[in-house]
Design a protein around this ligand. Structure first.
Ligand SMILES: *Cc1c(COP(=O)(O)O)cnc(C)c1O
Length: 404
């Protein structure tokens, strides 16, 4: 009898997954059930900031798991207050709202910016200016913010109020920001999915001035760049141009799902009781892990270590680029958020690295992203380079000719 089931995978077919399943991890290493070991330079897409199974994080999660998992935001959650105090002490911000993901942190940022103008008597100011090549998440509002056709197609009318500007077109930006219906500018200090494309520090400072001039808010999407990834707690510190609102997630939980929207007290004035909420956001398990991540990232010398490791890694990659100009076009990025712009297909290079025992992540602009854990050692950089070079060499024309 024909049944209506197709006996394919019971999962939505939304992902093109590699045929690889891991059973355990430790530090930079991931291991399959049959014992194959890989160096994880993808970090679950910039999430495993402290590698796999970090003892301090495991202990924090276990300890909390035995006490209390969830109570809802109807009650005080001491871990939330503590994490908020630490994040605001370390940044421009005065207020924090915890979420479960990056997209939700962005949703909170967008709502906060619109409410700011609403309560100040300018409800017509609701438009958010964003940039081509941006990625802000997969909710209906954040795909509208990103503005990429491939993510919008087929999902009905694009959510109203998001305008994409060409990356780096200062004139277009100045003109758009002067419009009377603009609430905020939303930007990634370094585009992640877009191909590790950095906004020059002077441009971020220019954005800050432009926002001040027109009374609009500056929102940074630091979901990928935050929590030490670029060698500072947040990437905006490199420029000195502070935002009004910032969305953070990925590395903050080190693998436990969580995010946060940070804002100045002024920017958050519209977010009064009842205006926003979440069931799970900021739950005790997530807060225990987030606080444990900060214990390490904010410890004396940790970010110096990240910068030293990043320098060694980048120098090694630059030398590789010199030796294989037919495969590597450019090395870009900041800290341990590194992009290798390929001259071969980036997905071929990612596959080659995987064959050589190293995991990396493709990005836009034909880039391979290298996002190792921040605890990476110099020896692990060298070991990783051996694998990266093996993959690059195998795709180099010179070598293909030799082996032919
Ligand atoms: C990953 C990412 C998001 C979305 O985060 P999710 O947790 O997948 O919702 C948003 N912005 C940037 C810059 C990201 O890298």
């Amino acid at each position: 009898m024909a049944d209506s089931k197709d006996h394919q995978s019971p999962l939505f077919e939304t992902y093109a997954r590699a045929d690889l399943a891991f059973e355990r991890g430790e530090g930079v290493w991931l291991e399959t059930r049959d014992g194959r070991r890989y160096m994880d330079f993808g970090g679950g897409i910039a999430v495993n900031s402290l590698g796999h199974a970090h003892p301090h994080l495991v202990a924090a999660l276990k300890e909390q798991a035995e006490k209390l998992w969830h109570v809802s935001n109807l009650y005080e959650i001491p871990g939330q207050r503590r994490l908020a105090e630490r994040l605001t002490a370390a940044t421009f911000a005065d207020r924090a709202f915890f979420t479960n993901s990056g997209a939700e942190a962005l949703e909170c940022a967008i709502k906060t910016a619109r409410r700011y103008h609403f309560v100040r008597g300018a409800p017509e100011r609701f438009r958010i200016l964003t940039f081509e090549g941006a990625f802000h998440g997969r909710t209906l509002a954040t795909i509208a913010a990103g503005g990429q056709k491939k993510y919008l197609e087929g999902f009905g009318p694009k959510v109203e109020g998001f305008d994409q500007l060409p990356f780096g077109d200062h004139e277009a930006l100045k003109q758009a920001a002067a419009a009377p219906d603009v609430a905020a500018i939303l930007i990634e200090p370094i585009q992640g999915e877009g191909g590790i494309r950095a906004v020059p520090p002077q441009c971020l400072r220019g954005l800050r001035e432009l926002c001040d001039k027109h009374g609009i808010l500056l929102i940074y999407d630091e979901v990928q760049t935050g929590i030490g990834r670029t060698g500072t707690l947040y990437a905006y510190e490199h420029s000195g141009a502070v935002p009004d609102i910032l969305a953070s997630a990925k590395g903050l939980g080190g693998g436990f799902p969580m995010g946060v929207c940070l804002a100045t007290a002024e920017a958050a004035i519209g977010m009064t009781p009842g205006t926003h909420g979440t069931t799970y956001g900021g739950n005790p398990l997530a807060m225990a892990v987030g606080n444990a991540v900060l214990d390490i990232v904010l410890a004396d010398g940790f970010l110096d270590h990240v910068r030293d490791t990043a320098l060694l890694f980048k120098q090694s990659l630059a030398s590789l680029a010199d030796r294989y100009p037919d495969v590597v076009e450019e090395i870009r990025g900041e800290g341990l958020l590194i992009g290798l712009k390929a001259k071969v297909l980036n997905t071929d290079l990612v596959a080659g690295m995987r064959e050589a025992g190293l995991l990396a992540v493709p990005a836009g602009d034909n880039v391979v992203r290298l996002l190792p854990p921040l605890i990476l050692t110099a020896d692990e950089v060298r070991e990783g380079m051996v694998r990266i070079e093996a993959a690059v060499a195998s795709l180099s024309l010179g070598n293909q000719r030799k082996s032919a």
